[in-house]
Design a protein around this ligand. Structure first.
Ligand code: PEP
Ligand code: MG
Length: 581
């Protein structure tokens, strides 16, 4: 038995067999196979090798024809590698001896051969290891393309997913119905996989560093997403303990859901609207289950998955309309595409740091069409009920005006085409770039509402990469710089009478939520499952008390002082472990 510790990001407990996914160019599964499945698996491997050989031959012939034989020699080398016993026979041997799938056998072979290449003293030969990657990568792709191949979209059974890392698009496409729990080496609480797991109420622990190395494929694993623990091959008594905790958690969850009808109101009568962040339209039902009074953030880019085509205007209209109908009479806030350059299919690399690169509205100058189509669908959806449009990653007035002018164009087009739409769909900014927070007084006159995206705002304000577990401890929502920025935004919004929401993960933490109420926030948007606990915290305090606490926190110098103070003042909301951050 071994116990791994990471960051608890989605509460609950799950027990199941591990499916281990390693990150190569494509995710590679490690599956344990029953002995009777081995001949078929070897057949699959042989077939993929055969297809690869045919492809390499065809490439070589074409090159010889088109640019001359000398340039095609490299593919002779590739063909030789493909048939080398160290690759081919060894991969078959690994499948037979270790009873694993072909993909995993190839990965192991690749590691072994890289070890050999590294020992060459000749630099030219050492550099041939990239050819090896090319050849093995080709076979992996052919395995993947074959019918029946396991993939993230089609998991071979219900599993605890143990992965090194999952990109947002992989997380979007994952076969979540068959995921019992998630454990990843990378990530922090604002990691997108964590956000989705929370929304779907699937226990998750991230930032485990080496869970993929420590978890044998097919081993029995317990994921405790409340405590941030993963136990591999638990003893019978430990497993019993987890089963009991699982039952307690389930009952507690049921009790919390029963607060759905209670108002989210402080002791002294101040209403705080609790709304939901969702990634998939299907989550609207979960949002209602937990008593959400609307959707404060629909991350629309999840409609894209890994499909390179953009959803059409009508397809989008259908999704937005369903969301509106489901949440009736509450409002739905849709954030426009928060995507990087690669999603637009623009030629060229996505840049050294995509999080700070050409993304979201920054792509509007180069490729306005996907944005125009989305805005048209949103304006048309306005006919069916309350919807709000929110622009992400606005850095200042210039970005905002560009987006607003495209919105004007979309309105003009619809008018010309005589298509029904709502003229006055409220338009707001997702305040998440520090520069926008600094010029919030300039932005405020041009928008109908703000929603603060603290996930990004904090990472850029504090210069802490939110996906990097090595620095995630430095990611501090209660840092005085964060609280002061949030206080200023609230003051400007109040002065101009603009609705203000906060949709970063901190809104879903009871202690942070109380402080946000104290800073003047009257709408908090969070993962649906976080709503009951935040509601309990809101109902337990007086607003004037929350204000006093928040004011005091603004003048505390360090996170430690703030945490100590808050823990003393709000022991109930903090829970036994204290505030999360
Ligand atoms: C944020 O940045 O706080 C936010 C809500 O958006 P995302 O987590 O999708 O970047
Ligand atoms: Mg963001």
């Amino acid at each position: 038995m071994s116990t791994l510790r990471g960051t608890a990001v989605s509460p609950g407990i799950a027990v199941g067999r591990a499916l281990v996914v390693e990150r190569d160019a494509v995710p590679v599964f490690r599956l344990n196979l029953a002995p009777e499945k081995i001949p078929a698996e070897i057949g699959r491997l042989e077939a993929a090798l055969e297809v690869s050989r045919e492809q390499l031959r065809a490439i070589k012939e074409r090159l010889s024809r088109e640019v001359g034989a000398p340039h095609a020699y490299i593919f002779d080398a590739h063909l030789l590698m493909l048939d080398d016993p160290l690759l081919r026979a060894r991969a078959v041997e690994i499948v037979q001896q270790q009873l694993v799938n072909a993909e995993w056998a190839l990965r192991t072979v690749s590691e072994e051969l890289h070890g050999l290449f590294d020992e060459f003293s000749d630099e030219y030969l050492r550099e041939r290891s990239s050819d090896l990657d090319d050849v093995i990568g080709r076979v992996q792709l052919n395995l993947r393309g074959a019918p029946g191949a396991p993939s993230l979209e089609r998991l071979p059974g219900p599993f605890v997913l143990v992965a090194s890392d999952l990109s947002p698009s992989e997380a979007a496409e994952l076969d979540w119905d068959r995921v019992l729990a998630v454990a990843t080496d990378m990530g922090s609480s604002t990691y997108h996989t964590a956000i989705i797991a929370r929304s779907l109420r699937i226990p998750a622990v991230v930032g485990l560093k080496d869970a993929t190395r420590q978890t044998p494929a097919g081993s029995l694993v317990v994921v405790d997403g409340t405590r941030g623990e993963v136990v591999v091959e638990p003893s019978a008594s430990i497993l019993d303990g987890f089963r009991r905790d699982q039952e307690t958690y389930r009952r507690e969850d049921e009790r919390l859901c029963s607060t759905r009808e209670l108002p989210s109101r402080t002791q002294d009568g101040v209403d705080v609207r609790l709304v939901a962040n969702v990634e998939f339209p299907e989550e609207a039902a979960t949002a209602q289950l937990y008593g959400a009074e609307g959707i404060g953030l629909f991350r629309s880019e999840y409609l894209l998955g890994r499909d390179p085509r953009w959803p059409s205007e009508d397809q989008q209209l259908d999704v937005y309309r369903r969301l509106i109908e489901q949440m009736h009479p509450h409002a739905v806030t849709v954030r426009t595409w928060d995507v990087g350059r690669e999603a637009l299919g623009t030629v060229g690399p996505s840049g050294p740091n995509p999080a700070m690169g050409e993304r979201a509205l920054r792509l509007l100058r180069r490729s306005p069409d996907p944005f125009r189509v989305q805005l048209r669908a949103l304006l048309r959806a306005g006919e069916h009920g309350p919807i709000r449009i929110m622009f992400p990653f606005v850095a200042g007035v210039g970005d905002l005006r560009l987006a607003l002018s495209l919105l004007d164009e979309a309105r003009e087009e619809l008018r010309r085409e005589n298509v029904a739409f709502r003229e006055d769909v409220p338009v707001g900014v997702n305040l998440e770039v520090p520069s926008a927070a600094v010029v919030v007084d300039l932005l405020v006159t041009e928008v109908d509402f703000f929603s603060v995206g603290t996930n990004d705002l904090i990472q850029y304000l504090l210069a802490v990469d939110r996906t990097d577990p090595r620095v995630s401890a430095l990611y501090e929502p209660l840092h005085p710089a964060v609280l002061r920025t949030l206080a200023r935004i609230a003051a400007v919004a109040r002065e101009h009478d603009r609705p203000l929401s906060l949709c970063g993960e901190m809104a879903g933490q009871p202690v942070e939520a109380v402080l946000l109420v104290g800073l003047g926030y009257r709408e908090l948007s969070m993962a649906p499952s976080a709503i009951p606990r935040v509601k309990a915290a809101v109902r337990a305090v007086r607003e004037d008390e929350a204000r006093r606490l928040a004011e005091r926190c603004l003048s505390l110098g360090t996170r430690e002082e703030t945490v100590r103070f808050v823990r003393e003042e709000l022991p109930e909301a903090a829970g036994p472990a204290g505030p999360v951050q």
